[in-house]
Write a new protein. Structure first.
Length: 530
């Protein structure tokens, strides 16, 4: 057996030792880089970190809510912008106030080492108007903590709370606690936790904060020409709206759009005495009623040709909808209805179709102003909730064509005297294509990433909503950026948003912070689920 010379043997051992040390150093650096770039915290660790931050989050939300935020008052919005900028700067974000043709927007940006992709988070800081007399507290902008009593009412407990624990069923009442200042505080709190743990997201973070969402987001929609490059991202997450009523973490992959129209039918030029002209002067209310009943059957299905064209579901889609933990009996009991309309096989499936809804009707007067007359006209206001397969302009045209097929002359203006004498049945039709719908494929990389992020954070799958029933004004913005988008709702369904006594369930505050943490520490996924 040949032996290496002693000096060669020592040299080989030195090389081997050097290689091992190099490997250990590399491994240590790799582990450190994992931590810095957003290694996942364990669910148990997350729970402990969130619990520690709940009261600071409640207090910060109180300070935020204290600023009135109706977008009709530009001075109030400026105060909210200043508060928001300061809060984001405290977390290390570079903020820019983006001027628009309407109210300005707030853009916050933060880049992280080795991050090559960006995620854009959308929130809004404005709220609905308040009518203080209708609130069960002194001031809608001074938050109070309440708990539900045995009689189902909410009683204030703010003055008696030891700031050690938080009951998930307590609620923080105040305008915009849920819609949408609560979610902003959840995100800020999650960022605080990461900073304290010396962790950073594995992607760059952009945050766009709308200041007039409740008024239609005019500034946001008009900002793209000037700021499109600043707003570009790989994914967009909309943090607005309520989660599933079960309060299980929820991912919503789209929302319905909203088109609309008004139609008016006519009788005599003025109201007529029902004794003198009943049976002679046509009653426009009956004409309107017959037109309306021609549009739907008794089961609620729309009869207008082509209204449901293009809508089909494969087996996987049916399974996704059936998996949502809705309870038909509970829904109907809440609504106090004996039976639901038969569009779709369940609640989730009903949302995948466009809907035709009467928003309101008017013909003459009822109550104290009622008189025994034949009305001169009758009007109905409609909305059409759109889905991605349905274009708003086309849907409005389908309705217009249907009215014509019922024997009516359809005008785009109130009829003139000559037109009244020439045509027996006239409808003044005024339609608009409205806001489009959007839907992101659940099995595309963004869907894979978010599902895994939330599942890893909570130890169970989130509720997957293919498309929600409501419409968010940000949809044209999403489409203009051409970016995959998902709605991540964080607040309780029964939050009274847009109404008196708006509230945030504190269990949702807890879950929302953890959801933000789960997302902010999840490496982006590239491969679809098989």
């Amino acid at each position: 057996m040949n032996r290496l010379p002693t000096n060669q043997l020592r040299g080989s051992k030195t090389i081997l030792l050097t290689q091992r040390i190099t490997l250990l150093v590399w491994l240590g650096c790799f582990l450190i880089s994992l931590t810095i770039s957003g290694q996942k915290l364990s669910p148990k660790k997350m729970d402990a970190l969130v619990d520690r931050q709940l009261w600071p989050a409640i207090d910060e939300l109180s300070a935020y809510v204290a600023l009135p935020n109706d977008a009709v008052n530009a001075d109030d919005i400026q105060k909210n912008i200043a508060w928001t900028e300061k809060a984001l700067a405290k977390r290390g974000f570079q903020t820019t106030v983006l001027k628009t043709t309407s109210l300005p927007l707030v853009l916050a940006e933060k880049t992280y080492p080795k991050a090559t992709k960006s995620v854009l988070f959308y929130f809004h800081l404005d709220g609905q108007p308040v009518r203080p007399a209708e609130w069960n507290q002194k001031d809608p902008f001074v938050t109070v903590i309440k708990e539900k009593t045995s009689t189902g009412e909410y009683k204030e407990v703010s003055d008696n709370l030891p700031k050690t624990t938080v009951n998930d069923e307590w609620r923080q009442f105040g305008r915009s606690t849920s819609d949408d200042k609560g979610p902003i505080i959840m995100m800020l709190t999650a960022l605080d936790i990461l900073q304290a743990e010396k962790q950073t997201p594995p992607f760059n973070v952009k945050i766009i904060i709308d200041t007039e969402e409740e008024k239609g987001s005019a500034g946001l929609k008009g900002a793209l020409d000037a700021y499109k490059n600043k707003l570009q991202a790989d994914y967009m997450i909309v943090m607005d709206g309520p989660m599933h009523s079960s309060n299980i973490p929820t991912l919503t992959f789209g929302c319905r759009g909203n088109a609309g129209f008004t139609m008016t039918t006519y009788g005599a030029i003025t109201q007529q005495h029902s004794g003198h002209f009943g049976n002679y002067s046509p009653n426009p209310a009956y004409r309107l009623a017959r037109l309306i009943t021609s549009m739907k059957d008794e089961q609620g299905r729309v009869l207008i040709p082509g209204f449901y064209d293009g809508i089909t579901f494969d087996e996987e889609t049916k399974k996704i909808m059936a998996a949502v933990p809705d309870n038909k009996q509970d829904i109907n009991k809440t609504l106090l209805i004996a039976e639901e309309e038969k569009v779709g096989n369940n609640y989730q499936e009903s949302l995948q179709y466009p809907s035709l809804n009467i928003r309101g009707m008017k013909s003459a007067e009822i109550g104290k102003g009622a008189a025994t007359i034949v009305p001169n006209e009758a009007t109905a206001l409609f909305d059409i909730r759109l889905v991605p397969e349905t274009d708003g302009k086309r849907m409005v045209e389908l309705v217009k064509k249907h009215i014509e097929q019922q024997g009516y002359t359809v005008l785009d203006h109130a009829p003139t005297s000559e037109e009244r004498l020439k045509h027996d049945r006239i409808v003044f039709f005024d339609g608009n294509a409205g806001t489009p719908a959007f839907r992101t494929n659940i099995n595309e990389p963004m869907g894979v990433w978010l599902r895994k992020a939330v599942t890893d954070g909570f130890g169970k799958e989130p509720v997957i909503i293919r498309i929600m029933g409501g419409t968010v004004p940000v949809v044209p913005f999403i489409q203009a950026l051409n970016v995959p988008a998902v709605i991540v709702p964080l607040v309780n369904m029964d939050n009274n948003q847009h109404s008196p006594n708006e509230n945030l369930r504190l269990g949702n505050l807890r879950t929302g912070i953890k959801t933000c943490l789960s997302i902010l520490t999840a490496p982006l996924q590239e491969r679809p689920i098989k």
